[in-house]
Design a protein around this ligand. Sequence first.
Ligand SMILES: Cc1cc2nc3c(=O)[nH]c(=O)nc-3n(C[C@H](O)[C@H](O)[C@H](O)COP(=O)(O)OP(=O)(O)OC[C@H]3O[C@@H](n4cnc5c(N)ncnc54)[C@H](O)[C@@H]3O)c2cc1C
Length: 561
Amino acid sequence: MAKKILIVGGVAGGASAAARLRRLDETARIILFEKGPHISYSSCALPYSLSGTADPASLFLMTPERFWAQHRIEVRTDSEVTAIDRAARSVRVAEAGGRTYDESYDYLVLCPGAEPILPPIPGRDRPNVFTLKDTEDAAAIRQYIAEHHARTAAVIGGGFIGVETAANLAASLDVTLAEAADQILTPLDHDMAQILQKELLDHGVHLALRDGVAAVEDGAVRLASGRTVPADLVVMAIGVRPRTALARDAGLAIGASGAIAVDADGRTSDPAIFAAGDAAEVALPLLRRTGRLSLAFPAQKEARRAADAICGRTGPNRGYLGSFGIEVFGLRAAATGLNERDIEALRIPHDFAYVIPFDRVSLMPGASPLHLKVHFETPTGRLLGAQAVGRGAPDRRIDVIAALLAKGGTLEDLADIDLCYAPPFATAKDAVHLAGLVGLNLLYGEFRQVPVAAVRGLVEAGAAIIDVRERGEYAAGHIRGAVNLPLSELRDRLGELPQDRPLYVHCRSGQRSYYACRLLAARGFRDVYNIAGSYLALCLYEYAEDRLTGRAPIVTAYNFQ
Ligand SMILES: Cc1cc2nc3c(=O)[nH]c(=O)nc-3n(C[C@H](O)[C@H](O)[C@H](O)COP(=O)(O)OP(=O)(O)OC[C@H]3O[C@@H](n4cnc5c(N)ncnc54)[C@H](O)[C@@H]3O)c2cc1C
């Protein structure tokens, strides 16, 4: 007999499950319930609709009418599933117009997504306070800006949605982005996030770090520090929580992360009910646990997996690395695998390679520095995670590393991999290769390094910092207290270097200082460290905090080139 399959939620997961079910089973009756008025739209493009980068009308990828015409999938919009009766195998549906009814199922797929968290603060119910979750939210924000001639906005929360929202609102408004943590985008390492913070500051976005929201007031937001920031409009983006009420009320198992627990096929604790997307847990093998991942690809893939299992197809579930990307004005960041905090929490012995080559042959138009940081396990060289920031294609490098990481790849794999090259989009020895080679050099003890995060402490302690850039570069800006011994003069001036204390060597990006480290080691200097990322990474690391806190810079002048 033909199966009857109900799906709750009609966007990323729900629509994917429905389409896959139809491809596998032409006879099944498939009904998709969506409590909102639209299905299958691009949530991920919503922030870009605030600046006009994405045409609001183009967000919709499928209509109920087309779903029926092309796939014979019944779509019921404005229809909220409010309860599951597992014994009777039926759900209760409440239509926006007030009618309620029950619908029976053989299989049920839950893809209700996640909902924005609203902090319990005074003023949160004011009409100028928004979240950004669906197309109606985006339309409401655009309408409010237009009707109230809004000039200022406060975005609360520096996660992906907050940062993208702030950057897009900044096209027309004076925007403050407030974040309670000490950096935006906490899935990124602290040093990588600093580069994006500078980009926000450079584009006029006001940043308030280490400052949560206390209240929404007339035309302003009061932050936890007591500071108020102007806000005709407020967007709350402090995070999302999985929508689990339906599952909880039906007695389905909930995982430790708070999302619906599922097995490798997406089956919940009830064999007739499957779950996928933001509401359900996924396997996170690098973290050695299951957990939540509010990302579009896992939502679509796990929904497909659930559809497969309903139709008797199962396969291995390798889980997720958590790869992600974000664009902030013209700057892109991408990452895969574990970040520094994860690695330290897991107590994995590790090191990292940080390289800043040009993203394409430097003489080509548009060439710009690409920051690539690769974490690896010691002493195995197994890849653990990677992050990249740049104006070219950091995402491409991260995708390459993600592919290797997923297969248990090592630094050797990174250094060896055969990639496509032509001057407009890469260098013959790509950033990916360089990171592999630098990592191998570290692994085999060819040199040692300190991160840019350590430099302020070194300066304050009066450490011996050797700047091996050329004289003109030093004159244009240098670390306070650093001694200039250009690489081209170093062999002749070794006598000027102290023998009895550690030497911390840097250049612009870390390459010349690596040569210097090798030279010094060969000439008998034992305690020599390269400053990873060198002056360029240091300036980017220090800049936003210097500006935001007013502390004294440790460089005489920043150089971001
Ligand atoms: C602004 C924004 C930007 C994003 N950017 C990115 C990005 O760049 N990259 C990325 O990977 N991910 C991004 N995401 C996350 C990605 O969109 C989600 O991970 C993905 O949409 C989750 O799919 P889902 O099906 O679980 O939930 P959703 O796509 O949210 O769909 C859930 C649907 O279920 C409906 N629903 C809920 N409860 C019921 C009910 N009881 N009855 C009927 N219907 C119900 C909801 O109305 C909703 O339409 C972004 C999300 C947002 C909001």
